[in-house]
Design a binder for this molecule. Structure first.
Ligand SMILES: C[S@@+](CC[C@H](N)C(=O)[O-])C[C@H]1O[C@@H](n2cnc3c(N)ncnc32)[C@H](O)[C@@H]1O
Length: 267
């Protein structure tokens, strides 16, 4: 997972910037309506929550995140941007007691892949949705379909990755397999499960230095680097630099990526 304090900070790259090409697609698929009550799961610094609130101008948007830093930042940004029909809570979406049948739609931008018990977590989220309420979430497709992950792992290890790495901790790709995601959501009480392919680049910064700074902050990157001795770590950083140089164009450092928007209805 990304470090919440960095990802919501003002540096040359942040998460909203990284995902700027994904944003309009999630908005289109979420199709928030004027009167909707919207739940944003794992909302981070709340860009998607604020956007939902602006569209649901006679409804409200509610963002939850397990990161207190992210929620603090989300509240600051909503205040600074004058978005009034929005609220944020520091909460674990897996177990938080949402008001029953409150929300018309639950959205998420890469905030639903890290649950310990995904069936229980989605069932809990479902209890907060009204009957036939919608779930619309963006998740990564499998690691091997994501050039950014393959390239970073290759640069860090100095070798071609041999497939999806066995994740030691939270797995950003846990909902990437449609069969798995469908089984989880079906068991959690959702139907009409559909997948939309999202094929857009991720943006790591305007230049190689910014990209290196951003990607060094990924937990997966810093964990690998911390296990290397200083010389090996320098070599790995050199390979990352070369990789980013090869992906630099007029739009900055970009990598191909594949995500799903998974949509479903609560039974
Ligand atoms: C990759 S970030 C995405 C943040 C945000 N959706 C965005 O697009 O800016 C994933 C977020 O999910 C949050 N998260 C992970 N597990 C969570 C849980 N069980 N309940 C609530 N938030 C969670 C993390 O703290 C993190 O902010």
């Amino acid at each position: 997972m990304r470090d919440s304090a960095r990802e919501h900070g003002p540096g040359p790259t942040n998460y909203d910037g990284e995902l700027r090409s994904h944003d309009r697609i999630l908005r289109r698929e979420a199709a928030v309506q004027r009167h909707d009550h919207v739940l944003d799961i794992g909302c981070g610094s709340g860009q998607t929550t604020r956007q939902a609130a602006r569209t649901a101008r006679e409804g409200r948007a509610f963002g939850v995140d397990v990161s207190a830093t992210a929620i603090e930042r989300a509240r600051e940004l909503a205040l600074a941007e004058g978005v009034g029909n929005v609220a944020f809570e520091h909460a674990d979406a897996q177990v938080h007691r949402f008001p029953p049948e409150r929300f018309d739609v639950a959205i998420s931008r890469f905030g639903t892949m890290f649950f310990d018990d995904p069936v229980a977590a989605f069932a809990n989220i479902g209890r907060g949705l009204r009957p036939a309420g919608r779930l619309v979430m963006m998740v990564w497709q499998p690691a091997e379909r994501n050039e950014w992950d393959v390239a970073i792992r290759r640069a860090l290890s100095g070798a071609r990755p041999t497939g999806a790495a066995a994740p030691a901790g939270p797995d950003a790709f846990s909902l990437g397999d449609p069969g798995t995601a469908e089984r989880i959501l079906g068991a959690a009480g959702f139907a009409g499960i559909a997948f939309t392919d999202v094929h857009e680049p991720v943006h790591y910064g305007p230049d190689v230095d910014a990209a290196l700074d951003w990607v060094r902050g990924f937990t997966s990157t810093s964990e690998v680097l911390s296990r290397l001795d200083p010389a090996a770590s320098e070599r790995a950083l050199g390979r990352l630099r070369e990789t980013f140089s090869a992906h630099l164009d007029d739009d900055g450092v970009r990598f191909d990526s594949r995500a799903w928007i998974i949509s479903a209805r609560r039974l």
